[in-house]
Design a binder for this molecule. Structure first.
Ligand code: PGA
Length: 249
């Protein structure tokens, strides 16, 4: 059964005071939710310890925004899964477009991270999505296909169930220009077809595919109504308690 997930990507946007306000606001609102989806948050690494202990036992999964694909070793400035395990963290975001664009992460490097995460029994959420230039050049499907196939290369059927995909068109991230439900659904259906070919049709039905890019409380419902959209990966609207709680419909 694929899960409906609303995940908050806090990026590098909050200091300690901001995190405290957000966490306590979410905790205060959780009790009133009738049948919430799976709730996940991805704070900055420096706040993981605090956030993981605040949400312990509260049905909010906590994940790291990135990992380095190695056991404990000499990699200055990086984070190992061995360190995340101390905090009980099982989710990791991989290949966000900001990391692909500004930090030069390639499909090949991301594939290493996916394999390392899976070998350590973590649950990777792999982000894919085209830029505006690529969309305008009719390359959306080529780009997404490459990112999915290269990112998941060599992943076993056994491990496929631990993966989540987030489709985030780069032109919709932080711009207020949300993809229409139809535009998003078209790409999500395409990704599911790719997953069916890479793994199997049955497994493709079990993998959640989230949409990300200017998701807000007032557009989340129409996106989630689409058959292949299984949730949202949300930046801006996940960073204020009221708007985040407004997404958990
Ligand atoms: P946004 O960001 O919701 O602010 O557009 C989404 C993301 O980058 O994950």
């Amino acid at each position: 059964m694929r899960r409906t997930i609303i995940a908050g990507n806090w990026k590098m946007n909050l200091n300690k005071a901001g995190v405290d306000t957000l966490v306590s606001g979410i905790l205060n609102g959780l009790g009133a939710l009738k049948s919430p989806p799976v709730i996940m948050v991805f704070p900055s690494t420096i706040h993981l310890s605090e956030v993981a202990s605040a949400f312990k036992g509260k049905n909010v999964e906590v994940g790291c925004q990135n990992i380095y694909p190695s056991k404990l070793a000499a990699f200055t400035g990086e984070t190992s899964i061995d360190q995340l395990k101390d905090l009980g963290i099982e989710n990791v975001l991989l290949g966000h477009s900001e990391r692909r664009q500004f930090l030069g992460e390639t499909d090949e490097f991301l594939n290493q991270k996916v394999h390392h995460a899976l070998s350590e029994k973590m649950k990777p959420m792999l982000c894919v999505g085209e830029t505006l230039e690529e969309r305008e050049a009719n390359k959306t499907f080529d780009v997404v296909k490459r990112q999915v196939r290269e990112g998941l290369k060599g992943v076993s059927k056994e491990d496929a169930k631990s993966i989540t995909i987030a489709y985030e068109p780069v032109w919709a991230i932080g711009t207020g220009k949300v993809a229409t439900p139809e535009q998003a659904e078209e790409v999500h259906a395409f990704i599911r077809k790719e997953l069916a070919e890479v793994f199997s049709p049955e497994l493709s039905e079990e993998i959640s595919i989230l949409y990300g890019g200017s998701v807000k409380p007032d557009n989340v419902k129409s996106l989630l109504e689409k058959p292949n959209i299984d949730g949202g990966l949300v930046g801006g609207a996940s960073q204020k308690p009221d708007s985040f709680l407004g997404l958990l419909v």
